[in-house]
Design a protein around this ligand. Structure first.
Ligand code: GDP
Ligand code: MG
Length: 179
């Protein structure tokens, strides 16, 4: 994170990481937010490190540098460099696969191990468009988020439900933490 004040203009840059099991929709949440795109056949992300997205808070330009894994979560090999300097995190599971919800506490542990500062965290239950094959209830998501002190939202990268809202809530919370 950085903040500078030059010629009266303030600038904020926040690093946000997206974590969670493979195929929960992390890359599509980011592409939906940053480019309004969805890829139904996305393979493990190759090469892309982060995307930068700006929003205005209190008349100030706030930039979020949002990091996506390159598929290394499949091998439980997300490195400390990935987490370094992060001040926000989206911890994502897939509401149609309980195993991905059961992994959330492991992801939170890993995040806490690697962070040395306050991190604004949101629990994200993605793929809420797939109501007919839901495997984790909204109440279970809410209750886990409450017990861990996280924000909570269900999203769909496919139909765009709550995607912008989720990212912007995390960005606003980070802003509140630092200003
Ligand atoms: P990642 O491995 O966590 O980055 O997951 P991806 O973004 O690559 O998505 C994995 C698969 O889930 C892909 O086939 C996506 O098209 C699909 N997917 C991602 N988000 C959604 C969603 O919100 N709804 C539905 N129905 N499918 C999704
Ligand atoms: Mg991915």
């Amino acid at each position: 994170m950085s903040s500078s004040d030059e010629e009266g203009g303030e600038e904020y840059l926040f690093k946000i990481v997206i974590i969670g099991d493979s195929a929960v929709g992390k890359s599509n949440l980011l592409s939906r937010y940053a480019r309004n795109e969805f890829n139904p056949h996305s393979k493990a992300t190759i090469g892309v490190e982060f995307q930068t997205q700006s929003m205005d808070i209190d008349g100030k330009e706030v930039k979020a540098q949002i990091w996506d894994t390159a598929g290394q979560e499949r091998f439980r090999a997300v490195t400390s460099a990935y987490y370094r300097g992060a001040v926000g995190a989206l911890v994502v599971y897939d509401i149609t696969r309980r195993s991905t919800f059961d992994s959330v506490s492991r992801w939170l542990d890993e995040l806490k191990t690697h962070s040395d500062t306050t991190v604004a965290m949101m629990l994200v239950g993605n793929k809420c468009d797939l109501e007919s094959i839901r495997d984790v209830t909204v109440e279970e998501g809410k209750s886990l988020a409450e017990s861990e002190g996280l924000f909570f939202m269900e999203t769909s990268a496919l139909d765009a439900t709550n995607v912008k809202t989720a990212f912007e809530l995390v960005i606003k919370e980070i802003y509140n933490n630092v200003s």
